[in-house]
Design a protein around this ligand. Structure first.
Ligand SMILES: Cc1cc2nc3c(=O)[nH]c(=O)nc-3n(C[C@H](O)[C@H](O)[C@H](O)COP(=O)(O)OP(=O)(O)OC[C@H]3O[C@@H](n4cnc5c(N)ncnc54)[C@H](O)[C@@H]3O)c2cc1C
Length: 467
């Protein structure tokens, strides 16, 4: 709870118009892309780093939790106020401050919507590649805090590969700039990289300098239909082995295809089909060469249909269906446990086959889809929360899947982060000494544990709100 005395000070810092306290106003800030819900006590909309600094100093004095929040599309519960307290909504940090065509950088506030930044830089012939499927709603601040990936990560990498510098407010209220405005720089520890993916637990980001690249001349999208999951997975491995690097290789198993069959607006064969969506970008000659190579490989692997999108509109329809996939899944069962594990690309076929086995064994729908090109498969265990028997089965299946991922030398999260969803399993991947070191880093930044408590791991610290 936020003490009454602190509430009046908060109001004084941000102004009465920029604070929410009524239950009905707080409700939209009580959930995110997960199915969890936690009510904050207060939501505030600060306008600059100075106000955030004063808020964090107050939170340290009065000991209440502070949770930074972008668009609330996170898939691991990072923006949820699990200990109540204050949600700091970054909505007013919504300006693109600079697009510098000479130095190929952009400077943005964290509340800028990812897709909006992409449109603005593309108008100038530049390109910001990270493209989470949520790009129409997610913020750059949330992307940096989660180190978001996306469909184009196969070729272009993830958010961390584009963050050059940050301005942040530390949990104790100091304002810090990290990183460089130059193409390279190695002075001191890389605090920028430490912040990227820290899930709002080390600092509140208030300004971001991003690296841009020239926009590729053109792109082409292919849709490939396979009769089963195994041949599709093998085809992905073969494409990579042939040293072709598509911009994206997205995969949808047959359960996922069923969920968006109408939106795909295609005459797909009835029954079990697995789809690959493949995008290439670059110069026309190279694209045409790689399309031919990919088509030949797909034929060899037993495709039942290979289709090149005829125009931009047709390609966009395919990508739209892919982006709508996650919200379409509840038609299978009302609840889901979403995992975003990554396995080495060479293990993809093994992984998807064993996933189907786990689904059959527990009699559960486990649709899987996602970024097959980088081995990042979104696995969704569908169940009904009101059915205790199904909940128990889903829990068993989850543990088996995570163990399988670790056995295959994969990682339990490729892009969604740990938050609260994967917190119970972090020890499967990070050794105890690693967790202790992380705990000491957290304490060095946040001695009273006021910033985003309860996330990623438990901290061994006195005075912490985390436990
Ligand atoms: C349909 C759908 C598809 C998705 N597809 C992808 C995908 O392809 N790839 C992918 O990586 N993710 C994907 N996501 C997950 C999600 O969109 C990303 O994690 C995104 O980066 C979250 O951004 P946000 O603005 O919504 O952040 P929030 O959900 O609001 O917050 C996420 C985390 O960032 C922290 N945070 C937010 N702003 C700040 C700040 N200014 N300073 C410090 N910490 C901050 C929060 O405390 C929280 O821990 C998807 C989600 C949905 C719903």
């Amino acid at each position: 709870m936020i003490p009454k005395s602190a509430l009046s000070k908060l109001t004084h810092i941000v102004g009465e118009k920029n604070i929410l306290i009524k239950t009905e106003d707080l409700l939209p800030y009580s959930h995110d892309g997960t199915q969890h819900q936690f009510m904050p006590d207060v939501v505030a909309f600060p306008k600059d780093a100075g106000e955030i600094s004063r808020i964090l100093q107050l939170a340290n004095r009065e000991r209440f939790p502070v949770v930074p929040r972008g668009a609330g599309s996170g898939m691991s519960g990072g923006a949820l106020a699990v200990r109540g307290g204050l949600v700091v909504a970054m909505d007013r940090f919504n300006r693109i401050l600079l697009i510098d065509e000479d130095n190929l950088i952009a400077k943005v506030e964290p509340g800028v919507i990812t897709g909006h930044l992409q449109e603005e830089v593309e108008k100038r012939g530049l390109f910001y590649p990270p493209d989470p499927a949520s790009l129409d709603v997610s913020t750059i601040g949330g992307n940096v805090a989660e180190c978001a990936g996306g469909l184009r990560a196969v070729k272009y990498g993830v958010t961390r590969d584009y963050v050059l510098a940050l301005k942040v407010v530390l949990p104790t209220g100091e304002i810090l700039t990290t990183g460089v405005q130059t193409a390279k720089g190695v002075v001191g520890y890389d605090l920028t990289r430490l912040m990227v993916g820290s899930e709002g637990t080390l600092a509140i980001i208030t300004e971001i300098t991003l690296r841009l690249i020239p926009k590729p001349a053109m792109k082409k999208t292919m849709l490939v239909v396979f009769p089963n999951i195994l041949s599709a997975a093998r085809c992905v491995s073969m494409i990579i082995k042939q040293k072709i690097v598509p911009t994206a290789i997205e995969f949808m198993d047959s359960l996922s295809v069923e969920c968006v069959r109408d939106q795909l607006n295609l005459d797909l064969p009835k029954g079990d089909v697995t789809l690959l969506l493949i995008e290439l970008d670059g110069d026309q000659v190279l694209i045409d060469r790689d399309v031919r190579k990919i088509e030949a490989l797909c034929q060899k692997m037993g495709t039942v249909e290979f289709r090149l999108a005829k125009n931009k509109g047709e390609a966009e329809d395919l990508w739209k269906a892919r982006r709508n996939l996650s919200p379409s899944l509840p038609q299978l069962r009302p609840h889901k446990i979403s995992q975003d594990a990554v396995v080495p690309r060479s293990c993809l076929a093994d992984f998807v086959t064993r996933l189907s086995d786990i689904g059959r064994k527990h009699d559960l729908h486990i649709p899987s889809f996602g970024h097959a090109g980088d081995g990042n498969i979104h696995v969704n265990i569908m169940f009904n929360r009101d059915d205790k028997y199904e909940v128990a089965k889903a829990d068993k299946a989850l543990k088996e899947i995570l163990k399988l991922v670790i056995d295959l030398k994969g990682t339990i999260s490729g892009e969604h982060g740990v938050g609260i969803s994967k917190k119970p399993y972090i020890g499967m991947e990070i050794p105890q000494i690693g967790l202790e070191l992380m705990s000491r880093i957290k304490s060095a930044f946040d001695p009273n544990g006021i910033l985003n408590p309860g996330k990623i791991f438990d901290v061994n610290q006195r005075n912490s709100l985390l436990q």
